[in-house]
Design a protein around this ligand. Structure first.
Ligand SMILES: Cc1cc2nc3c(=O)[nH]c(=O)nc-3n(C[C@H](O)[C@H](O)[C@H](O)COP(=O)(O)O)c2cc1C
Length: 175
């Protein structure tokens, strides 16, 4: 797929099939993250934890239930995705550059997933809840001193991705 097509086809998937992605596809996604820009090439600041274990994912789902805007019911914040990759960092600096590093890695994953016709979701809101459960975080086996900042869910979307028309979503001034 051309990059310009992947950019227009990417969208946030909020409903996944339960079937797992192949290990080959997972490796492609991880390579995309490894190749992302990281400030000062300080790669050690960031860590990825791939969760595909059904029991652990279900326990995480139970804890990370969320309401979408305008919805009454709590629902699985990972939308049934069979793979969730958690991003953690070693401490948060004053300028929060760790979030930017992780944002770059996640965007690479979102585009690489789209290229494979996989759905993907940037996960943020529910992690607030997860942080209140140290026993669950311990099961993620993070390196010492790392804390979870973001995650990305991936899997087969229940509806195929379709190419969107470009739209001007962000205000721009040109000087
Ligand atoms: C930093 C960040 C955090 C996000 N957190 C969530 C989230 O927790 N749950 C979710 O369903 N979508 C989340 N999203 C996805 C956005 O809601 C989504 O990108 C936006 O609605 C635009 O839709 P699109 O991705 O389909 O273009 C997040 C996106 C970003 C960039």
């Amino acid at each position: 797929m051309e990059l310009s097509d992947a950019i227009l086809m990417r969208r946030t998937t909020r409903s996944y099939e339960p079937r797992q992605i192949s290990s080959e596809d997972l490796n492609t996604l991880l390579t995309a993250a490894h190749m992302a820009p990281i400030a000062g090439a300080n790669y050690k600041m960031t860590h990825m934890t791939v969760v595909q274990d059904v029991k652990l994912l279900n326990d995480l789902r139970q804890t990370c239930m969320m309401k979408l805007q305008g919805e009454e019911k709590y629902r699985d914040a990972f939308y049934g995705a069979p793979t969730v990759i958690f991003f953690s960092a070693h401490g948060i600096s004053k300028d929060c550059i760790e979030y930017s590093n992780i944002g770059c890695a996640i965007e690479n994953i979102l585009l690489a997933a789209t290229d494979l016709h996989l759905g993907s979701t940037y996960i943020w809101g529910c992690l607030r809840k997860l942080r209140k459960h140290p026993e669950l975080i311990a099961r993620l086996q993070l390196p010492e001193g790392y804390e979870i900042l973001s995650a990305v869910a991936v899997g087969y979307p229940t509806e195929p991705l379709i190419r969107r028309e470009p739209s001007e979503n962000i205000s721009v001034n040109r000087i």
